[in-house]
Design a binder for this molecule. Structure first.
Ligand code: PLP
Length: 360
């Protein structure tokens, strides 16, 4: 069925084009481009009706499965405009493959990777004027799949939409590469082993909102999550993976089912190994981290994810106490990783792992 999936193109008329937002006030995920990609799935036809069409509202039955039981998965990646005017993607097939693992766990249909890649490139080519050119600004790409069958019983939907929308986003660090203040939650948890913490599914994010709002009210940017059983082992920070530099080792928690396997996390592991940094994927407790901060052996902590790439951590707050990391200043390795990854992504630095894909 996938072999003969044709993608049709419905272009917006010139007078319907949106006015592009000013590049210095893009923010994150607030503006959307003129076109989107959409295709549908049912049992009889598989994926069908694939099209690049004007960005538009959906008309969905209020009984659609996604509204009641949250059968929804998504991805996040970015397109970059290089200094050479070319459009680049960073490891995009890894995102589509990860979406397919998510689909399996959530009883949703798998995507035809090649077709989706081709459609994404086509959409980006059509929308290339929307890719911001100012330093650090990019076009954020949000592929999403939802269960659309109108049915109130609890079982997998028999109908799905898959769509890709695009949003021009500003530089994450418009005011400089600033270390964040992190709230360590010892009360709420994000995910439990055996559950869906390793899957980019909507419910995980709904479940995290209460705690992140609480943290924000106290003046913290993100939540550092501990494991759900013992409230002891470090898992993730917000929607990023986390790394600690202790002594000469770079440590990150292992992927054992409750943590999302980030593509940035994997890239950091590969890059640092190439640089000769000792990297370890192992369990690490909050107590080990705090005592390493106290004795000065922990010199850097940073989060990794598509949105911010590298997000240095300047302070942890745990059980009514504050712990300053590297005096709240960005560490050397964090800075080097950020610069290197950003340059590779924009097609400016050598790409030893063939991560970058050129569009068109
Ligand atoms: C998306 C995500 C990440 C980061 O993954 P990247 O592929 O690096 O963007 C980490 N943790 C969670 C919970 C996520 O949703």
């Amino acid at each position: 069925m996938w072999e003969d999936l044709e993608v049709t193109l419905e272009k917006i008329s010139e007078d319907q084009r949106k006015v592009k937002p000013a590049q210095d006030s893009l923010g994150f995920g607030q503006h959307f481009t003129d076109h989107m990609f959409l295709m549908k799935w049912n049992q009889e036809l598989g994926w069908h009706d694939a099209k690049i069409c004007p960005y538009q509202n959906f008309v969905l039955d209020p009984a659609s499965v996604v509204f009641h039981y949250g059968q929804a998965i998504f991805e996040g990646l970015k397109a970059y405009k290089g200094k050479d005017g070319q459009v680049y993607l960073f490891r995009p097939e890894d995102n589509i493959e990860r979406m397919n693992s998510s689909a399996v766990r959530m009883c949703m249909p798998r995507l035809p990777v090649d077709k989706v890649m081709k459609s994404l490139k086509g959409l980006l080519y059509l929308e290339k004027d929307w890719i911001p050119t100012s330093e650090g600004a990019t076009l954020y790409i949000r592929p999403t799949m939802i269960g659309t069958e109108p049915f109130l019983g609890v079982r997998p939907s028999k109908e799905y939409y898959f769509f890709i929308i695009l949003s021009p986003v500003g530089a994450y660090y418009s005011e400089g590469f600033n270390p964040t203040k992190i709230f360590v939650s010892d009360e709420h948890v994000r995910a439990v082993k055996g559950g869906v913490g390793h899957v980019k599914t909507a419910g995980n994010y709904a479940a995290s909102l209460y705690t992140s709002e609480m943290a924000k009210k106290k003046g913290y940017t993100q939540v550092l999550w501990l494991d759900a059983c013992e409230h002891k082992y470090i898992e993730e920070v917000g929607t990023s993976n986390i790394f600690f530099k202790i002594g000469d080792e770079l440590i990150t928690p292992p992927l054992e089912g409750s943590i999302l396997g980030g593509i940035t996390r994997n890239s950091v592991l590969q890059l640092t190994e190439k640089w000769g940094v000792k990297t370890v994927e192992r369990k690490i407790t909050i107590d080990e981290v705090l005592s390493a901060i106290r004795d000065g052996s922990l010199t850097e902590a940073f989060g990794t994810g598509t949105a911010a790439v590298i997000s240095p951590v300047g302070e942890l707050y745990f059980k009514e106490e504050s712990y300053l990391i590297n005096n709240g200043v960005t560490g050397e390795l964090s800075q080097r990783l950020f610069d290197e990854l950003q340059s590779i992504q924009a097609g400016q630095a050598e790409d030893p792992f063939n991560w970058v894909v050129r569009v068109g």
